[in-house]
Ligand binder design. Sequence first.
Ligand code: TRP
Length: 448
Amino acid sequence: MAAAGSAVGLGNIWRFPYSAGQNGGGAFVIVYLFFVAVIGFSVMLTEFAVGRRKSLAAVGAFKTVDRRWTFAGVLGVLSGFLIMGFYPVVGGWALAYIVKAPGLIANPATIGDTFGAFISNPVQPLIWMVAFLLLNVVIVARGVSAGIEAAGKVLMPLLFGILILIAVRGLMLPGAMAGMSFLFTPDFSKINGTVVLAALGQAFFSLSLGMGCMITYGSYLNKEENLIENAAIVTAMDTGVALLAGIAMFPAMFAFGMEPAAGPGLVFVVVPTIFAEMGGMGSFFGVLFFVALTVAALTSSVSLLEVCVAYLIDEKGMDRKMAVLSTSGVMAVLCVLASLSIGGVGPTLFDKGAFDIFDLLTDKVFLAIGGMLLCIFAGWRLNKDELKAEITNEGKIAFGMFELWYNLVKYVIPVTVALVAFSGIQSGFEGGSGPIMILGIVIIEYLD
Ligand code: TRP
């Protein structure tokens, strides 16, 4: 359940719908589903298996096998910092909307403009971001995620329920079916390098893969747990929530005549608009939705923060409080840059602000490379029999597709990720990410 809590978050409800909207709808969705089923599931199983086998968090799991592989774990820690350089900004928006939703729902005509004005305001979103980050700090500093997990157990099903309610309401609006066909009828001519890379990045981001998060969770699983089943359940739940979020957004958007490629504001504009249509109860459900969204974001962000904190505790010998404070301090600075960049303030690189750079770098570059490195590590550095023993619980569980999985991990996934990254980089950012990537690798080697 903790792994599912990490996976289900802003990636599903905020990011999936707008990425689908910007990348051609059905074409993106079908490629995404294919990557989730073939690559996502296999990588998650690999992360669980490596983590449980080595009983160590990300960096340690690589390091005990071969010191030269430490960099692969450290790359994950770096990804964690970068994701936490923008995730709390969006978490802050969700938190703010708990308070703002009733006012917006009472005045539907202002919803779109209010969102735009809010996120580009230099000060307001910073206060909410800091509040969201502080919630993370309190949870992780105590080293007890029990509270947030308990909240997640109640609020995640609630979030699911509210999404169903929104979806049903949206589907009843006139013109809603156009949204369903946008989302589920693939126009294959729209598939290109950019769309395929976006779909791969979304699969890794949404499933919390490619940075050692699931290695860490795998290390907590006991030897009786069925890893295959666990990986399948987490993958299915995460994908189910993403699709449901899509079904909740697009029919309503088409009915309201909104632009599917509206971008990062999508969920913050569409959801209040739908609730405004519902009359009296709308405001109540609106508040509940943003409470649940905030908790879903928190159960994900604490997993990101924990990976960075665990690294400093395990590898650098810091005590927990110090590790949490220093990590979150760095994250707060990154988040300030990210938040300000939305209003056009601050440094840019290749014409993009900090928010976009952190987002691009992580889900389109670092996570995919992290996943690829893990597969190469498992396929070429670890022993095949050892992996088989771990996944089948020393032969107690049958896994008929072991050979298929093994070959995917050893050959197919590394080659596919490399090809996708290459074609996406070529068609997408006109060479811009090449130098950034090299810079990243240099930093990592230096840290190592
Ligand atoms: N999967 C989370 C979401 O969808 C975000 C997340 C948490 C994540 N931990 C991660 C992404 C590790 C990549 C790697 O919101």
